[in-house]
Design a protein around this ligand. Structure first.
Ligand code: SAH
Ligand code: DHB
Ligand code: MG
Length: 230
């Protein structure tokens, strides 16, 4: 799974600064630290968002008063916990994961965080679950986090437009891939997936969008953020 991962190891100062930011500001608590630890112990790939990134997802969702959140790609549920804490008591996070082992670890992490009542974990391929959500009229979602297989990002974005409303935010992780995004001759399927997605994003009249490069404990990558306007 990680064989075609385009990321280099993070620079030591990026890791140290993320640690400092978490110590001073974002203050990951015991439930989040345990979720990350459980993922590592189970040998899951170390690709959860960092604490400062998780807090950014939390702040964005919270600042628009999101009550319904959709996440595509759960892994151990680390980002899910940050989002579930943003939606409040009556809120809901639907999160999609096709790997049974990941889903089982995520469920344990949700229970430990006391958040299982707010989280609806759907086990299945996103390509199959997204049409089912549409059929169930599970939307519109106020905030959507796309973070699964990178080559399918454009299709997940298209489903996100169907499952959102004007005012919804769509956040897409891992769009920069160690700078691969700007390499027009790349054959990395993740880079190709993100180049296809950004080209689509720039042409989509139903959103206003940007993309931002980031460095941190997870190396050099970035995200795209889109506001649905119609
Ligand atoms: N959002 C998580 C990390 C997700 S990693 C966090 O930041 O904490 C990406 C996850 O997407 C993996 O667990 C992988 O199994 C899952 N995934 C990949 N392709 C998928 C697909 N087609 N449908 C559903 N899940 C998928
Ligand atoms: C990968 C996936 C992620 O969601 C991430 O944040 C970092 C890396 C990957 O598959 O390489
Ligand atoms: Mg990611």
């Amino acid at each position: 799974r990680l064989l075609h991962c385009a990321l280099m190891p993070a620079d030591k100062s990026w890791i140290d600064v993320d640690q400092y930011i978490n110590d001073q500001v974002t203050a990951e608590d015991a439930a989040l630290a345990s979720a990350m630890q459980a993922a590592a112990t189970a040998g899951l790939p170390p690709i959860s968002v960092t604490a400062p990134q998780g807090k950014l997802l939390h702040l964005l969702a919270r600042s628009i008063n999101a009550r319904r959140v959709l996440e595509i790609g759960t892994l151990a549920g680390y980002s899910t916990i940050w989002l579930a804490r943003a939606v409040g008591e009556g809120g809901r996070v639907v999160t999609i994961e096709f790997d049974e082992t990941h889903a089982r670890i995520a469920r344990t992490n949700f229970a430990r965080a006391g958040l299982d009542a707010r989280i609806d974990l759907r086990v299945g391929r996103a390509q199959d679950v997204l049409p089912r959500l549409e059929h169930e009229r599970a939307g519109p979602f106020d905030f959507i986090f796309i973070d699964a297989d990178k080559p399918s990002t454009t299709e997940y974005f298209e489903w996100s437009l169907e499952l959102s409303r004007p005012g919804s935010l769509i956040f897409v992780d891992n769009v920069v891939r160690n700078g691969g995004l700007a390499d027009g001759s790349s054959r990395d399927p993740d880079v190709l997936g993100m180049r296809r997605f950004l080209e689509r994003l720039g042409k989509e009249p139903r959103v206003v969008a940007t993309a931002i490069q980031t460095v941190g404990g997870k190396s050099y990558d970035g995200f795209a953020l889109a506001l649905v306007i119609g």
